[in-house]
Design a protein around this ligand. Structure first.
Ligand code: ADP
Length: 376
C-alpha cells in the first residue's frame, strides 16, 4: 500500500486527496475554501481542517505530495522537500508571484504538522522542461532572456502527461508511436502538442497567462496592450497583472466563468456571453490548427478537465467543419454522459477524438510513491 496525501495549495483554497498510488483509489478528497476569511484565517488552519476531515485516512501515509506550479529553470523532477529546496522555492516566487507563494505556505505548514513523512514537490512545469528550443524560446533579446530566466515553461504538465499516456493506452498503441493534441480545459486552460510521448509545444509560457482564453485569464495578448495601459491609461503594473489574471478571460468578457451558466445566458440572448464564448472557441480552434501544423498529422485529440470533460457544445464547436483535416466527431457519442475515458470521434475520422478525465492527484501520488521507493 502506497498512500499519499496530495496537497494543492492555492491563495484562498487548499485541495487535498489521499490516494493509493498502487490501486489508484482515492480514499478521501476535498477542498477547503475561503482561506483568510473568518473561520479559516490561514493555511495552517486550513490544514487542520483537512486533518480533522481525514482522521483515519491519515494512517499509513508514505508521503505528502505538493503540487507546485512553477519549477523555474532547474526544478523538474519530483523533489524531496528540504530546507534547501524551500529556499529555492522562495527564490522562484519572483518568477511566479501569484502561484508559488501559496504552495510554499502549504509546504511549510504541512512539514511542521507531519515532520515524520517525506514531503515531495511535483512541478506543473516539469513535463515541458525539454520543449524543443524553437517552441520554448521567446523572440526577445537573448541576454535579457538568459539573465531573467525568461522562456516558455508550460503548465498543467502533470495533466498533459497523464492524459497523453492514457490516450495511448486507450488506443492500444505505444506512446512513442502516437502524435497527439491534448486540450486541458478547466478554469485554467492549456493545449499541448505531443509527438511520440515528447511534448513539442504547449500554449502556456513564462506564466500560466499565455495561450487559450481561460476562466479569468486573457491568454494570448499583444504585449503592446500592457505598455499602452501602463503608459496611457496610467494603470499600475499590479493592476494590469491582476486584470489579466483575475478579471479577464470569460469573466472579463461575459461576467461568468462557469460554462453551464455561460450556456444559459447565451440561450437567453445575452450578447456578451455569446461574444465571450465565440472568442474562447476561436482561440481554441486556432491552437488546434497550429498544433496540427506543428505535428504534421495527428492521431488523437483528447479533451480533459472540467470544461473538456463535460461541455459537449465546446467539444463540438472546437472541432466542427474539420472533416477535410481528418477530424470528425460522432454527434451521438459526443453527447452521451459518461465519467469514463471514451472515444467521441466518428468511425470515419482519421484522427481519434477522446475524452479522458484527468487525475492530477493520482499522477502526483504515483510520482511520490516512485520517489519514496527509490529513496528506500
Ligand atoms: P480547475 O482549473 O479549477 O481545476 P476544473 O478543471 O475543475 O477547473 O474546471 C472547472 C470548470 O469546468 C467550471 O468553471 C465549469 O466552467 C466547467 N464545468 C464543470 N462541470 C461542467 C459541466 N457539467 N458542464 C459544463 N462545464 C462544466
Amino acid at each position: 500500500m502506497s498512500r499519499v496525501l496530495v496537497v494543492n495549495s492555492g491563495s484562498s483554497s487548499l485541495k487535498y486527496a489521499v490516494v493509493d498510488a498502487d490501486s489508484g483509489d482515492t480514499m478521501a478528497d476535498g477542498i477547503v475554501e475561503r482561506i483568510g476569511e473568518g473561520e479559516i484565517p490561514d493555511h495552517a488552519a486550513a490544514l487542520q481542517v483537512v486533518f480533522d476531515e481525514l482522521a483515519d485516512d491519515m494512517a499509513g501515509l508514505v508521503a505528502v505530495g505538493h503540487r507546485v506550479v512553477h519549477g523555474g529553470p532547474d526544478l523538474y523532477e519530483p523533489t524531496l522537500v528540504d530546507d534547501a529546496l524551500v529556499a529555492k522555492l522562495v527564490e522562484l516566487s519572483s518568477l511566479a508571484p501569484l502561484h508559488n507563494p501559496p504552495a510554499l505556505l502549504g509546504i511549510e505548514v504541512a512539514r511542521r504538522a507531519l515532520p515524520g513523512l517525506p514531503h515531495i514537490a511535483v512541478f506543473d512545469t516539469a513535463y515541458f522542461h525539454d520543449l524543443p528550443p524553437a517552441a520554448a524560446t521567446y523572440a526577445i533579446d537573448r541576454d535579457i532572456a538568459t539573465r531573467w530566466n525568461i522562456r516558455r515553461y508550460g503548465f498543467h504538465g502533470t495533466s498533459h502527461r497523464y492524459v497523453s499516456e492514457r490516450a495511448a493506452v486507450f488506443l492500444g498503441a505505444p506512446l512513442d508511436s502516437v502524435r497527439q493534441i491534448v486540450l486541458h480545459l478547466g478554469n485554467g486552460a492549456s493545449a499541448s502538442a505531443i509527438d511520440g510521448g515528447r511534448p513539442v509545444d504547449t500554449s502556456m509560457g513564462l506564466t500560466p497567462m499565455e495561450g487559450l482564453v481561460m476562466g479569468t485569464r486573457s491568454g494570448d495578448i499583444d504585449p503592446g496592450v500592457i505598455t499602452y495601459l501602463w503608459r496611457t491609461a496610467k494603470m499600475s503594473v499590479e493592476d494590469i497583472e491582476s486584470m489579466l489574471n483575475r478579471r479577464a478571460g470569460m469573466l472579463g468578457l461575459g461576467g461568468e466563468i462557469d460554462f453551464r451558466v455561460v450556456r444559459e445566458r447565451i440561450e437567453s440572448g445575452d450578447a456578451s456571453a455569446q461574444l465571450a464564448y465565440d472568442v474562447y472557441i476561436h482561440r481554441l480552434r486556432k491552437y488546434i490548427g497550429a498544433y496540427l501544423a506543428v505535428l504534421g498529422s495527428v492521431d488523437v485529440i483528447t479533451f480533459t478537465a472540467g470544461v473538456g470533460e463535460n461541455d459537449t457544445v465546446v467539444r463540438r464547436d472546437a472541432l466542427s467543419g474539420m472533416s477535410a483535416l481528418g477530424i470528425e466527431l460522432d454527434e451521438q457519442l459526443n453527447v452521451e454522459p459518461s465519467k469514463a475515458a471514451r472515444r467521441i470521434s466518428a468511425v470515419s475520422s482519421r484522427t481519434t477524438v477522446l475524452v479522458i478525465p484527468t487525475d492530477e492527484e493520482l499522477a502526483i501520488a504515483r510520482a511520490c510513491a516512485r520517489l519514496v521507493s527509490e529513496l528506500r
